[in-house]
Write a protein that binds this ligand. Structure first.
Ligand SMILES: Cc1cc2nc3c(=O)[nH]c(=O)nc-3n(C[C@H](O)[C@H](O)[C@H](O)COP(=O)(O)O)c2cc1C
Length: 375
């Protein structure tokens, strides 16, 4: 049986909508200030008169390929929104662009030893270790609920071998309620000495191609920022058949324990996320957007509309909100409304007019060439 795709043919944004009923808690992660805003306006002197349009008439839909058309470009990031069901009482999940669920493996995983998270300036470090009940339990517990939702659910898949990824994908294929797959390839490739798939173009392409052969589901592949040059990896994944890229996963880091006798996290290494990683995510999206023609969904430090506009400007067609959800689960839905209002105020029929405005006309030299070094 084929999977039920969540396809939106007329992707009009919904105007006034149910507001989530939780009070906004004080953010534990403070964004750095002052913040750079997206420069998408023409200078005032040259600006043509703007004809505002009603927010409800702005087309926010996003085509990620293979029939996966999202109602809007604001998704929730894997590992920060559970399986969606946990947030059902506080967020109108059907107003999201899509839900990327917690990383799912073939067998259940209990995760890493504690402590698993710690706050850092402008972000957090986590080493959850892909705790999850395994693919069959995920299907049994959640897929029926997902199938009743309008929001597309994209299952984030992780593994330790190409065979793992393929087998998890095969189990998900044809299950109603699953709209697509996002490959988390920042995982150790056990057959290759534990080297992460995501940091090697050949390994990234191999796992992408194998999963591509195993499924007709829309396939998103998530880039790691922990590489010297993202371009060959992005190209290899696109050539191997991915429908879209997502970027970025967390940056590898450590924290030191209070007695300074060992690193703080039980797993030693953790992944840095939150506002602190946004400039890195912008760079990776900027470089990938000049390298591939498949859509890119940006992730990394989104806390407000200006962040969404910045990521669109460097070529992303959509964004995912991650760490900021822990401080305010209502943020993603509010960003949908704010983006519609922003477009409407500028007289734009679609947010697509904001995509790629900060990209160079000709592909520019990448950071790997040391272009930021000026002797
Ligand atoms: C607690 C936590 C758990 C995460 N788990 C996953 C995961 O299972 N799979 C995955 O691909 N990314 C995972 N991520 C990475 C996020 O999806 C996202 O790529 C990253 O946090 C950057 O976005 P942010 O700065 O908005 O949080 C996790 C992040 C956090 C903070």
């Amino acid at each position: 049986m084929k999977a039920k795709r969540k396809v939106v043919t007329s992707g009009r944004s919904v105007g006034a909508s149910r507001q989530a009923s939780v009070r906004r808690s004080r953010p534990t992660v403070e964004p750095p200030r002052p913040r750079a805003r997206a420069e998408t306006r023409t200078p005032a002197s040259a600006a043509p008169p703007v004809e505002p349009i009603p927010p409800a008439s702005v087309d926010l839909s996003v085509d990620l390929g293979r029939g996966l058309v999202l109602p809007n470009p604001i998704l929730v990031a894997s590992g920060t929104f559970g399986y969606g069901i946990e947030y059902g009482d506080v967020v109108d999940v059907d107003r999201l662009g899509a839900i990327c669920c917690k990383g799912t493996t073939l067998k259940a995983r209990i995760g890493n030893p504690t402590p698993r998270v710690t706050e850092t300036p402008g972000g957090m470090l986590n080493s959850i270790g892909l705790q999850n009940p395994g693919v069959q339990a995920v299907i049994d517990k959640y897929a029926a609920t997902w199938a009743g939702w309008a929001v597309p659910v994209i299952v984030n898949v992780a593994g330790e071998s190409v065979g793992d990824y393929v087998e998890v994908t095969r189990r998900l294929e044809g299950v109603p309620g699953i709209a697509g797959i996002e490959l988390n390839i920042s995982c150790p490739n056990v057959g290759k000495g534990g080297l992460q798939f995501a940091i090697d173009a050949g390994a990234a392409a191999e796992v992408t191609a194998a999963v591509r052969r195993a499924t007709d589901l829309p396939l998103l592949v998530k880039l790691s920022p922990n590489v010297a040059d993202i371009r060959p990896i992005a190209r290899a994944i696109a050539d191997a058949g991915a429908d879209a890229l997502t970027a970025i996963n967390t940056l590898s880091g450590i924290a030191v324990g209070p007695t300074r006798q060992r690193p703080l996290l039980g797993n030693i290494y953790g992944g840095l996320s939150g506002p602190a990683v946004k400039p890195v995510a912008l760079r990776i999206v900027y470089e990938a957007a000049q390298t591939v023609s498949i859509p890119i969904v940006a992730i990394g430090g989104v806390t407000e509309l200006a962040d969404v506009l910045d990521f669109l400007a460097v070529g992303a067609v959509a964004v995912q909100v991650g760490t900021a959800i822990f401080a305010d689960p209502t943020l993603p839905v509010r960003l949908v409304d704010e983006l519609a209002a922003e477009c409407a105020g500028r007289g734009l029929a679609s947010h697509r007019d904001l995509v790629g405005t900060a990209l160079p006309k000709k592909a520019a030299a990448p950071s790997a060439k040391g272009v930021e070094y000026r002797p």
